[in-house]
Design a protein around this ligand. Structure first.
Ligand SMILES: *[C@@H]1O[C@H](CO)[C@@H](O)[C@H](O)[C@H]1NC(C)=O
Ligand SMILES: *[C@@H]1O[C@H](CO)[C@@H](O)[C@H](O)[C@H]1NC(C)=O
Ligand SMILES: *[C@@H]1O[C@H](CO)[C@@H](O)[C@H](O)[C@H]1NC(C)=O
Ligand SMILES: *[C@@H]1O[C@H](CO)[C@@H](O)[C@H](O)[C@H]1NC(C)=O
Ligand SMILES: *[C@@H]1O[C@H](CO)[C@@H](O)[C@H](O)[C@H]1NC(C)=O
Ligand SMILES: *[C@@H]1O[C@H](CO)[C@@H](O)[C@H](O)[C@H]1NC(C)=O
Ligand SMILES: *[C@@H]1O[C@H](CO)[C@@H](O)[C@H](O)[C@H]1NC(C)=O
Length: 871
């Protein structure tokens, strides 16, 4: 995505902030907090007491004040929170996963950014004119996008749900201050000494109860100062927005209800306060309207106090189809929240135990772990995470300096933590996971589907995280229904469905205006089908495949079948796409390599998955096979030895664009890295038939990758582009370039709280590189790339790009396609031992295991078997 775009998106929603003394913006409060806390400046030289012995956590000796770079994230997928680690006052920023402005809630005429039915003929004529212009132009391009795109309309934005403010009646200097995020227990903790008391606060979000809890306690066996809980709803500080109401639902429960906009989605938060020994008083609002806004709860005489909250909206993912008039509207959330809160009305310790039990079942190091080096050293643990980040240095190829194994290992684990904490709700992880503090957020904190949403899920299958359900549900329920309408009205295609690059939670399937390049991307779903196919290929979950995976794949393939047209420019008897552009890049042309490679992979997945699908539509399968045979495969070697980005040889050797679109077939695809001449050749682009070798194609991709630069250029300094480059270099078995890019990303694009930031100005959080970092590391350690046909053996490459700096290590529970999990140890830079376990429900397939370019084993997998390999 593009920086100019974010300014537009943000300014569209950021309204002026009038001063309201009663309830300030979180960032303002935090700034004041940092200035007035009077925390004794001390430089801690060891991790806090209670920090995980594994080293698996982030710690600091000052409270956080900058939301993007310092606050610490917790979440259960449904709701989320950012924790600054304040002392006498804690301002926890809150999110509810479906809280979005815009959509049909704001504009009854909103239709997903699509044309009207009555416009179909004119739109289609326009599309034909654009096609013709491209075929006939001397350079195969056009600047004309006709009527294709539609204004964004009520696209909306993911929005913050405001702040929870916890105030303790305590003054005086603070000492022994620490805050940390424990990744082994998924809890944010703060501890300090003030007055005569040692005070601790911890915050966690439990998935089983869909609730979050903040607990304050003292280890001094004394009574805590009075604690007051209040909400500072975001809309109170944004001009013109409806003020929510905060009332006492009962003597210990606050109820916040509001609308995200007027008109707009309704949301509600219920928060119940509990205590040990103390008394709880809810102070309602008396009289006037304005005093109604801020009922508060105070706890006195307690030795422990906690607040547990649940939140929801009247959004309904199941109401996004024609039968529900695409309303996405469900019931008022109140009664379901009352039920949730009732189930979560337990002592904080019981909620925490349930959280730990859930964590053990879904996320523990017993099922997956990576160790780089020998675990954390004393000096690693002696430095706050912010200091480790500050001291971090890039590793350059050919040198052994730079990098920090502990920090890299931690960031790897953090990627898994963030996905586990954000993807387990009803909706998938968005551009910011589920953490966003504005009313409007950069790029609406939406779903960008031309690398970003995909990268979010890189670590899912490979590190054994079973949390793709919300992703697939989202595609099925939010994209496919109205995507069928878009296929019809924009492309005159009456089967299957299509979406474009920028997606909200209201089925924004149309091509979003704002320049031809940003959203003009009808291959978004084709790329997502890699994830759908992979889920089946990793799990062999046939029931899921039949009910959800295959229908998704078929719908996308049907659309793409009908969109292919004969190439009337090269007249080479191939089928191509026209118009197309590489994501976010000029020109608008034909036969874009990215699109052609993806569609070829999509058709392969159809053929591979057909038998298991139970579908009897053999005519469809035959059509896929026929068109696949005739289509241009998107692999052309150009005039300077590069892999062409477009069918017309237009590449510039100085193009350092952030996207690596035409190299999609290197990683995460396989059309390039697994180039199979007998299937993908010959090329007949200019009248002469040429058959490339695999090596020629890989060499051309390498030339392109080198020329694309290291992920720094005009509007190009984001983390995702660097970790994508790292993953590609790993795929090309180049450990030096892999590690260079990985360390460069870490150096340039990760903040003190280890959030990935869009550029070195660190003003924008964008989560994709957090996930991409983890995915790229996995790709350096184990690869099992997909193959075009089921008859091709699966090649598992062990340690294909192990950096010298990672000489010793181990991994447990890594997963590869074929329903195989891998445990592996290495020492002195060499593989010591590997164990492959084949799931009981696996489909038997031929496997080759390769280490350092040499085949070390070859066998046919049998379900439930284990095989140990030594080199
Ligand atoms: C849409 O496609 C149908 C079937 O191919 C064709 O008959 C019709 O003319 C097309 N509509 C437009 C507006 O081009
Ligand atoms: C706050 O603390 C002060 C000083 O200890 C005390 O006088 C006051 O009563 C406390 N307020 C509450 C609400 O407990
Ligand atoms: C909130 O409560 C305080 C004290 O209870 C009161 O002074 C104030 O007017 C209330 N309303 C707002 C909008 O802050
Ligand atoms: C709180 O504790 C104080 C001191 O022990 C006592 O005087 C007061 O009555 C208690 N308040 C309540 C509401 O229990
Ligand atoms: C391709 O065929 C079209 C129509 O048959 C023709 O107009 C065009 O000149 C041909 N192009 C080339 C490069 O031969
Ligand atoms: C046609 O393509 C081949 C292989 O890419 C190349 O060697 C040859 O120069 C091309 N011919 C023309 C006329 O462009
Ligand atoms: C990245 O590439 C630019 C342009 O070639 C170069 O100036 C810079 O030194 C490189 N940085 C790193 C860390 O490789």
């Amino acid at each position: 995505m593009h920086f100019a775009d974010v300014l537009k998106a943000t300014s569209h929603y950021l309204l002026s902030l009038p001063v309201d003394m009663a309830c300030m913006t979180a960032s303002y409060i935090l700034r004041v907090l940092a200035l007035t806390l009077g925390i004794a400046v001390h430089t801690a030289n060891s991790a806090p007491p209670g920090f995980p012995a594994s080293g698996n956590g982030l710690w600091y000796d000052k409270p956080g004040s900058n939301w993007v770079t310092e606050l610490l994230p917790i979440g259960n997928g449904y709701i989320a929170a950012m924790v600054p680690g304040g002392t006498s006052q804690e301002v926890t920023q809150l999110n509810i996963e479906s809280l979005w402005s815009g959509g049909p809630f704001s504009d009854p005429a909103y239709n997903g950014g699509n044309h009207q039915q009555s416009e179909q003929a004119a739109v289609h004529q326009s599309l034909l004119r654009v096609r013709q212009a491209i075929f006939q132009s001397p350079n195969g391009q056009t600047g004309d996008t006709g009527l294709l795109a539609v204004d964004a309309g009520a696209y909306g934005s993911y929005a913050s749900a405001g702040n929870l403010i916890t105030t303790m009646n305590v003054t005086g200097s603070v000492s022994n201050y620490f805050r940390w995020l424990d990744l082994d227990e998924a809890v944010a903790r703060t501890s300090w000494t003030q007055g005569s008391q040692s005070i601790s606060r911890e915050s966690f979000c439990a998935h089983p109860t869909q609730s979050c809890t903040q607990r304050t306690f003292t280890t001094s066996r004394t009574t805590l100062p009075a604690i007051t809980y209040a909400f500072c709803p975001l809309s109170l500080v944004t001009d013109g927005l409806p003020a929510p109401s905060v009332t006492c639902l009962d003597s210990s429960t606050l109820q916040l209800t509001g609308l995200v906009a007027a008109p707009g989605m309704a949301y509600e938060i219920l928060a119940k306060v509990g205590t040990v020994d103390g008394s709880v008083i809810c102070t309602p609002a008396a009289g006037t309207d304005s005093s109604k806004l801020n009922a508060t709860i105070t706890v006195i005489n307690s030795t422990e106090s906690w607040i547990t909250w649940v939140g929801g909206t009247n959004f309904d993912l199941d109401a996004g189809d024609e039968a529900h008039s695409f309303s996405f509207k469900g019931p008022d959330p109140h009664s379901s929240l009352v039920q949730l809160l009732s189930a979560a009305s337990k002592p904080a310790s019981a909620l925490f135990q349930a959280h730990l039990d859930d964590l053990k079942a879904t996320f523990s190091s017993e099922s997956f772990s990576l160790t780089l080096g020998q675990g954390p050293s004393r000096s690693d643990l002696a430095q706050a995470t912010s200091d480790l980040i500050d001291a971090y240095q890039i590793a350059y190829p050919g040198t052994t300096s730079g990098g920090n194994l502990y920090l890299e290992n931690l960031l790897f684990n953090y990627g898994r933590y963030l996905l586990w904490s954000s993807a387990r709700g009803v909706l998938p992880a968005n551009l910011q996971g589920k953490w966003a503090n504005g009313y409007g957020n950069p790029w609406s904190a939406d779903y960008h589907v031309n690398i970003n949403l995909q990268m979010n899920y890189w670590p899912a299958e490979s590190t054994g995280l079973d949390l793709t359900k919300s992703l697939f549900d989202y595609m099925e329920k939010n994209w496919a229904p109205r995507g069928a309408y878009t296929a019809q009205v924009l492309y005159n295609i009456s089967r299957g469905w299509v979406v474009h690059n920028e997606l909200n939670v209201f089925g924004h399937t149309g091509m979003k205006a704002g320049g031809p390049l940003w959203a003009n991307y009808p291959e978004a779903a084709a790329w997502m089908m890699i994830h759908v196919w992979d889920h089946f290929d990793y799990t062999n979950d046939v029931a899921w495949w039949k009910s959800q995976g295959w229908p998704l794949l078929k719908g996308v393939a049907e659309f793409q079948l009908d969109k292919l047209i004969p190439d009337l420019r090269f007249n080479d008897s191939t089928l191509i796409v026209n118009p197309c552009n590489s994501p976010e890049q000029s020109p608008i042309t034909e036969g874009c390599s990215h699109a052609m490679q993806l569609i070829w992979q999509l058709f392969n997945a159809v053929e591979k998955g057909f038998a298991a699908s139970g579908d009897t539509d053999t005519a469809f399968l035959q059509e896929v096979r026929d068109k696949r045979a005739r289509m241009d495969k998107g692999i052309h070697i150009g005039s300077w030895g590069q892999l062409q980005e477009w069918k017309v040889d237009l590449d510039s050797p100085t193009d350092t664009h952030r996207h690596l679109s035409h190299l999609i077939g290197v990683y995460p695809g396989y059309a390039v890295s697994g180039y199979t001449p007998s299937i993908q050749g010959p090329i007949a682009a200019n009248g002469t038939k040429t058959r490339y070798t695999t090596q020629q194609v890989i060499d051309a991709a390498t030339v392109s990758l080198i020329h694309r630069g290291n992920g720094t250029g005009p509007d190009a300094d984001s983390g995702w582009e660097k970790v994508w480059r790292a993953a590609m270099w790993a795929q090309l078995d180049n450990e030096d370039e892999f590690y260079h890019e990985l360390t460069y990303a870490l150096y340039e694009n990760f903040a003190a709280n280890l959030f990935s930031v869009y550029d070195s100005s660190a003003s924008i959080f964008q989560i994709d590189a957090n996930f991409g970092f983890t995915g790229a590391v996995m790709n350096a350690l184990i690869q099992a790339s997909d193959v075009p046909t089921l008859s091709a053996p699966l090649t598992i490459k062990l340690l294909p790009a192990l950096p010298k700096q990672w000489a010793d290590g181990s991994i447990r529970g890594a997963r590869v396609r074929g329903s195989i999990s891998v445990d592996m140890q290495w020492a002195g830079g060499r593989l010591a031992k590997a164990t492959l376990k084949v799931d009981k429900n696996a489909r038997s397939r031929a496997v080759r295991v390769v280490y350092q370019g040499r085949q070390i084993a070859s066998f046919s997998t049998s379900p439930g078997s284990t095989r140990s390999l030594r080199v």
